[in-house]
Design a protein around this ligand. Structure first.
Ligand code: NAP
Length: 463
């Protein structure tokens, strides 16, 4: 058995359902709030009112880091999942069940055991506000989700036991998924692994899928990177390829198989938006592109992490004069990141109308492709596919590059592109697309699991 960790807002039933589950499974029930009180020698109310929430979170963090690795059911405080360091410990070799309920129901339940308020709002409004603030963290902190609002403790515990035993996808959905995967171009070892997950009965019904959605997408570095991370962090997940000409079919299949998420790539980064229930990420809405889907409690949520991948290596270049080559999906994310760093950005694109359109939307300038030399920028970012294997062209000639120029090529296959090779030859500072890939994947990992790793922890798995 893996540890069963119950997460969710106060009043969703973690303690009572946790005790019931522990009794059934004949393992101990550990409650982190209770352990925090025991270890600090004070009640949570006392810690909150004398030392504040930050002190309570420190105590809670120490308790979570010290939880035993043995079989147990663990109940967590409602805010525990908001601290990424907690998620490393809570997720390791564990199955996380998010308990939810309507705010009205939660308000009625917690009125019986009042705690110091977290905001100045009336009780039910406070719950709505806190659930909205923690929406992303709760989505990340779950392998399975149960609405306890209309269930008794026993009904909820029975449902959890059933999910632990059978998983969520129906046998028919598992069969259909396997047939679709077998009909594609997936390599034999991948199909073999999928068969272990989807056969009836599956090897472990709790194993969940994540994948790259694209057409084609078999060249993706995602499986190598994420499967290594899943192993390192004790996550019962398998990252695979969802390759199909229709994004609608991919989304349908991912939902039926109870996938946890998708990395979305060419050509679906815009069309996927029609298939989502919500885009809670303001950056994704502004950029107009979704490259990450998180499935949580039956909903498909859209995010953009590409812009974070562009932003991270450029943090030291605030306010610089920049040229952005390209006006497609990734260029839109790059423009968002660069204008956010107060750069003076000019967009150059093969099709000038698209440069104009993106410049208007992103609040920057645009110009004809051949004006690069006149602009003489501090930074150039390549967001075109030029230089991506097997294309060996460079968007700029060696004579157009100079030592004061920083060259950031978003293309990452090959790791050293023709543009980067020329830039090195001309004495420029260079940033490769691998840096962006690692940073955007780091943000995806955080969205799916709530764990925030340093980019170096991902770089070691990227060839
Ligand atoms: P996209 O939406 O198809 O946009 C491609 C852009 O490149 C368009 O502006 C297009 O111009 C331009 N372009 C295409 N072929 C060209 C050519 N032969 N000469 C000049 N311009 C050309 O693609 P995307 O999703 O933005 O992706 C762009 C590149 O970003 C990818 O190829 C990939 O290498 C890279 N990328 C990197 C990462 C990473 O993590 N490092 C992640 C995603 C993507 P028109 O408007 O004239 O068609």
């Amino acid at each position: 058995m893996r540890r069963i960790v119950l997460v969710g807002y106060r009043g969703t039933g973690k303690t009572e359902i946790g005790k019931e589950l522990a009794r059934h499974l004949n393992v101990p029930f550990l409650d982190t709030d209770h352990l925090a009180e025991e270890q600090s020698g004070r009640t949570i109310d006392e810690v909150f009112s004398t030392d504040g929430e930050a002190r309570f979170r420190e105590i809670e963090q120490a308790v979570i880091a010290g939880l035993p690795a043995r079989d147990a059911v663990i109940g967590t405080g409602g805010g525990a999942v908001t601290i990424p360091a907690n998620m490393v410990h809570l997720r390791k070799d564990s199955t996380l069940i998010l308990l939810t309920a309507d705010p009205k129901v939660i308000a009625e339940r917690i009125a019986r055991a009042p705690r110091p308020p977290l905001t100045n709002l009336p009780a039910e409004e406070e719950i709505r506000e806190m659930l909205a603030r923690r929406k992303q963290q709760y989505a990340a902190a779950q392998d399975f989700c149960i609405d306890t609002g209309n269930k008794t403790t026993k009904e909820a515990a029975d449902l959890i036991l059933r999910i632990l035993k059978t998983g969520v996808p129906t046998p028919a959905a598992r069969n259909a998924g396997l047939v679709l995967f077998r009909g594609g171009r997936l390599p034999a070892p991948v199909l073999h692994h999928l068969a272990k997950i989807l056969n009836n009965p599956p090897e472990d019904p709790k194993t969940r899928l994540i994948g790259v959605a694209g057409n084609p997408c078999l060249h993706s570095r995602g499986p190598g990177l994420f499967n290594a991370l899943f192993k390192e962090h004790g996550l019962n997940y398998y990252y695979t390829f969802f390759e199909d000409p229709e994004i609608g079919r991919i989304m349908q299949q991912a939902r039926a198989l109870d996938a946890k998420g998708l990395s979305v790539t060419i050509p679906f980064k815009q069309s996927v938006m029609e298939h989502l229930d919500d885009i809670p990420d303001p950056a994704a809405r502004q950029i107009g592109v979704v490259n990450t889907v998180v499935f949580a409690c039956g909903k498909a949520l859209g995010y953009n992490t590409d812009w974070l991948g562009v932003r991270a290596p450029l943090l030291g270049m605030k306010g610089k004069k920049a040229v952005l080559l390209g006006a497609g999906g990734v260029a839109s994310a790059a423009a968002y990141a660069m204008t956010g760093l107060d750069m003076d950005v000019t967009i150059l694109n093969r099709t000038p109308e698209k440069a104009k359109e993106l410049a208007k939307r992103a609040g920057c300038r645009w110009a004809a492709w051949d004006t690069f030399d006149v602009l003489h920028p501090d930074l150039v970012v390549n967001a075109t596919p030029l230089g991506m294997e097997p294309d060996i062209r460079s968007p700029l000639e060696a004579e157009q590059l100079y030592p004061e120029l920083t060259v950031f090529d978003l293309v990452y296959t090959p790791p050293i592109t023709p543009l980067i090779e020329r830039a090195i030859g001309q004495g420029c500072t260079t940033i490769t697309g691998t840096g962006m890939f690692a940073e955007q994947a780091r943000a995806q990992f955080r969205l799916w699991f709530g764990i925030d790793l340093p980019a170096t922890a991902l770089r070691k798995y990227i060839p």
